[in-house]
Design a protein around this ligand. Structure first.
Ligand SMILES: Nc1ncnc2c1ncn2[C@@H]1O[C@H](COP(=O)(O)OP(=O)(O)OP(=O)(O)O)[C@@H](O)[C@H]1O
Ligand SMILES: [Mg+2]
Length: 314
């Protein structure tokens, strides 16, 4: 079976607030799905329900075919969950905490030592195994959380902001780890880092006010941006005014952005209907003799799409 995680019509209300409003999704083996959305959009609430840590008001989640509501133990055995901020037992050491998690998964004592070693190894924890968790750096705390999530070799991983607050090196490491783990698993991560979606995710869902407002591959989502096929040119500022006037008059041009950069000006031409205008603009630049030093074509911008779909919803 290809689909390892399926959510059908998940809903969660807190009093009068509909935090999650009819969310359905599937994640296949080998797939990394990104959850995007502004603060308070409902990402964490959805992930808690997917992981079986919060009962939905409506809807159902299936993990490897097991319903979370009626076969909770079986479903959870297939699932690893990294909570937001990775709260852990500070007074424990990584070793004692991971042993505790192994016991919670009913892993036999003889096996547990091996399982803990292997999870610790996967996230490079060995040097701090005997140190109190509350004295570890944020990055190491996060690694302990990830080790706990993967300890029982789950088929589905739900990671709530796994790289939040990590330094660039550790972000890179955690991303590589997630990539490596995705080969034979289904993974959902939430993130506020849009580049992470490009770097890591096969598919992304944008959530706003509890609802899915976009679902597609990163390149599909980016192609919805006003910057899809936008042409950017750098030229000396002395030439930019004439170029800008000519571009504005061009029938294929929807809008023009100008930005000063030292002695130069960067002109970004947004095409009408996201049409491919690179050849036309390049021809115009050549004919007009603009001294263009840089010329590039945009594949679209995720931040533009994100803002457009979630604007005014803080
Ligand atoms: N236990 C709760 N009781 C009441 N309201 C809650 C509870 N948990 C979450 N909420 C509300 O549900 C909404 C969604 O919160 P959630 O934590 O899922 O957002 P999020 O998308 O994860 O945001 P962030 O990007 O800040 O992590 C928010 O308005 C939040 O205040
Ligand atoms: Mg959250």
């Amino acid at each position: 079976m290809d689909v390892l995680l399926e959510a059908r019509n998940l809903t969660k209300t807190f009093g009068s607030l509909k935090a999650v409003d009819d969310i359905s999704l599937t994640v296949k083996k080998g797939e990394i799905l990104g959850f995007l959305g502004p603060n308070g959009a409902g990402k964490t609430t959805t992930m808690k329900m997917l992981a079986g840590f919060l009962a939905p008001t409506g809807g159902e989640t299936f993990v490897c075919g097991e319903a979370v509501s009626t076969a909770s133990v079986k479903a959870r055995a297939h699932m690893g969950y990294l909570p937001e901020g990775a709260p852990l037992y500070g007074e424990m050491t990584p070793r004692s905490f991971l042993r505790f998690v192994a016991a919670a998964h009913s892993i036999a004592k003889v096996e547990a030592a091996e399982v803990v070693e292997s999870a610790a190894g996967a996230v490079n924890l060995h040097s701090v195994m005997e140190q109190r968790i509350d004295t570890l750096s944020k990055g190491y705390k996060r690694r302990v959380g990830i080790a706990a999530a993967i300890l029982h070799a789950p088929d589905v991983l739900i990671l709530d902001e796994p790289t939040d607050g990590l330094d660039p090196n550790q972000k890179h490491e955690v991303r590589r780890l997630i990539e490596a783990m995705s080969v034979d698993r289904a993974i959902i991560i939430s993130t506020h880092i849009l580049e992470e979606v490009d770097a890591l995710c096969h598919r992304a869902i944008i959530i706003n006010r509890g609802r899915i407002v976009a679902d597609g591959t990163p390149s599909e989502l980016k192609s919805r941006s006003r910057y899809k096929n936008a042409v950017t040119m750098l030229m000396p500022t002395g030439n930019a005014d004439a170029a800008a006037a000519a571009l504005r008059a061009h029938k294929a041009v929807f809008a023009l952005e100008e930005a000063a950069e030292g002695m130069n000006t960067r002109l970004t031409v947004l095409p009408r209907g996201r049409a491919d205008i690179a050849a036309d603009i390049s021809e115009l630049a050549g004919e007009s003799g603009w001294p263009v030093t840089e010329f590039s074509v945009d594949s679209g911008r995720l931040d533009d799409v994100f803002r457009h779909l979630t604007e005014g919803d803080a």
